[in-house]
Design a protein around this ligand. Structure first.
Ligand SMILES: C[S@@+](CC[C@H](N)C(=O)[O-])C[C@H]1O[C@@H](n2cnc3c(N)ncnc32)[C@H](O)[C@@H]1O
Length: 231
């Protein structure tokens, strides 16, 4: 049983629900839209995440973490596509979506027939976004906001992580967590658009997808993403 949503995530959920109920019409709005590479899943994404972020920081009067949850990252899109096209990977299994952002991969796992899905992210807005996005897709996903990366996950049969290797520091924590989960018996799958932080060895390439991206600040509208399984 997961703990009830903590104060900051509950407040973020109220804010996102208010925004969805009364959407604006500018670049700073959230919009429920089909995910480009996974149109079976609709997500509340920002029209422009940077503009949304600037407005929210101005409104609350302090810095907020970058709203990664307001974009569908290429790594997550590839992984979600892979789970929906190979539902046997998730069906009947207990799934953890690590660094879940919008919850896209978690929602795909649920649609693929997972027995239970937990979406974990330390950003309270991401925890809230997972809740509203799971609701929009009519699936059950438990959202958790604890930092799990120093733990050993023994409760999941499948651990998935989309675009979680976006910095050297994050990779240095996420990769050992995934390796410990694999050593404890979980299947582990990652979606990575070659950001250069993952080591070249010790990973099996399962698929390679050209993914349309909604991320801010990329030169091309397509990214090549590999779905990988750590050895
Ligand atoms: C680039 S986004 C990817 C989101 C999503 N998986 C996708 O593919 O669309 C990375 C996410 O990692 C989350 N994150 C950062 N540190 C984390 C930690 N220690 N534990 C869990 N999530 C974390 C961030 O809040 C962010 O939502």
């Amino acid at each position: 049983m997961l703990a009830p949503m903590k104060g900051t995530a509950a407040a973020a959920l109220s804010e996102l629900e208010r925004e969805i109920d009364a959407p604006g019409d500018g670049l700073d709005r959230l919009r429920l839209m089909p995910t480009p590479f996974v149109p079976e899943v609709r997500l509340h994404l920002a029209e422009d995440a940077i503009v949304w972020w600037a407005r929210m920081e101005a409104a609350v009067g302090h810095a907020l973490p970058p709203p990664y949850w307001a974009s569908a990252w290429a790594g997550g899109q590839a992984l979600a596509r892979h789970l929906l096209d190979h539902p046997e990977l998730a069906a009947g299994r207990r799934v953890l979506d690590l660094a879940a952002g919008s919850g896209l991969v978690a929602i795909a796992a649920a649609l693929a027939g997972a027995a239970r899905v937990v979406a974990n992210d330390i950003d309270p807005y991401a925890v809230a976004a997972v809740t509203i996005n799971a609701r929009a897709n009519r699936v059950d996903v438990d959202a958790s906001g604890d930092d799990l990366l120093d733990d050993v996950d023994t409760e999941s049969d499948l651990v998935v992580a989309g675009d979680a290797f976006y910095s050297r520091a994050m990779t240095a924590r996420v990769l050992p967590f995934l390796q410990r989960a694999a050593a404890a018996g979980a299947d582990v799958l990652v979606g990575d658009p070659g950001r250069g932080h993952l080591p070249a060895d010790g990973l099996t390439v399962l698929a390679d997808y050209p993914v349309p991206t909604t991320e801010p600040s990329v030169d091309s509208s397509l990214r090549h993403v590999q779905v990988l399984r750590p050895a």
